[in-house]
Design a protein around this ligand. Structure first.
Ligand code: 13P
Length: 250
């Protein structure tokens, strides 16, 4: 099955509104090949401006988190409806920084996944093992638990409704990328787990992104792997030249 590659830029807690707009415009100007999808996830404050800047380019706008409720007493949270109002169509959930800096657990992340889907946002569910877990040979166990709990009770009607991202925690922002073999091995494993959870067409069609120090130099090799369907890019997504090169992976 042909899966359309997705290159996603997670801007994390970077960019003022003006900087975000400028970056978004520069990425648009460099052009997007139509055989792939591109998403950028700016900070909430810049989302509307970025949506305006990318309008008509085909670039999708994503959020870096989302609450499961439409509105109410949820101080510090952002509602799926508010995000949609600002042009957002996807939401990165369960990012390792949410898990390990802000203490989000699988139960909370599962609520966020359900909430995003309920309101028609595509969750990009992130999973990934820490260095000590990999060294203790617990990688598969950790990933299986994060995936199963994150997707508990989540039914899908089509493969477009969800994206999974594998981001080994030890490779995020460290300059250390998983080797091609390490990444491919995990992606095959994640695909096999998805086959246990969803019917064949859906499990085969779901995209599994790799994230962790993806840059313009390693993207071609990563994207050359059968089961790597895209990239979730942090640092290298903040520079329009490097992000555009990543988008145009060969
Ligand atoms: P880096 O590309 O900076 O390693 O960040 C990866 C990431 O966390 C994307 O969500």
């Amino acid at each position: 099955m042909q899966r359309k590659p997705l290159i996603a830029g997670n801007w994390k807690m970077h960019t003022t509104i003006a900087e975000a707009e400028k970056l978004a415009r520069a990425i648009c100007e460099n052009g997007i090949p139509n055989d792939r999808e591109v998403m950028v996830a700016p900070p909430f404050t810049a989302m509307k401006a970025v949506s305006g800047a990318v309008a008509g380019s085909g670039i999708l706008v994503g959020a870096q988190n989302v609450c499961w409720e439409e509105k109410g007493a949820f101080t510090g949270e952002i509602s799926p409806v508010m995000l949609q109002d600002a042009g957002c169509v996807m939401a990165i959930l369960g990012h390792s920084e949410r898990r390990h800096i802000f203490g989000e657990n699988d139960t909370l992340i599962n609520k966020r996944v359900a909430g995003a889907l309920k309101f028609g946002l595509v969750p990009v569910l992130c999973i990934g093992e820490k260095l000590e877990e990999r060294e203790a040979e617990r990688t598969f166990q950790v990933l299986e638990e994060q995936l199963r709990k994150g997707l508990e009770g989540i039914s899908l009607k089509s493969a477009d409704e969800l994206v999974v991202a594998y981001e080994p925690v030890w490779a995020i922002g460290t300059g250390k990328t998983a080797t091609i073999d390490q990444a491919q091995e995990v992606h095959v494993f994640v695909r096999s787990l998805l086959r246990n959870l969803y019917e064949k067409n859906i499990a085969t069609g779901l995209r599994i992104l790799y994230g962790g120090s993806v840059n313009s130099k390693n993207v071609d090799d990563l994207m050359g792997q059968e089961d790597i369907d895209g990239a979730l890019v942090g640092g290298a997504a903040l520079d329009s030249t490097s992000f555009s090169r990543i988008i145009n992976f060969k």
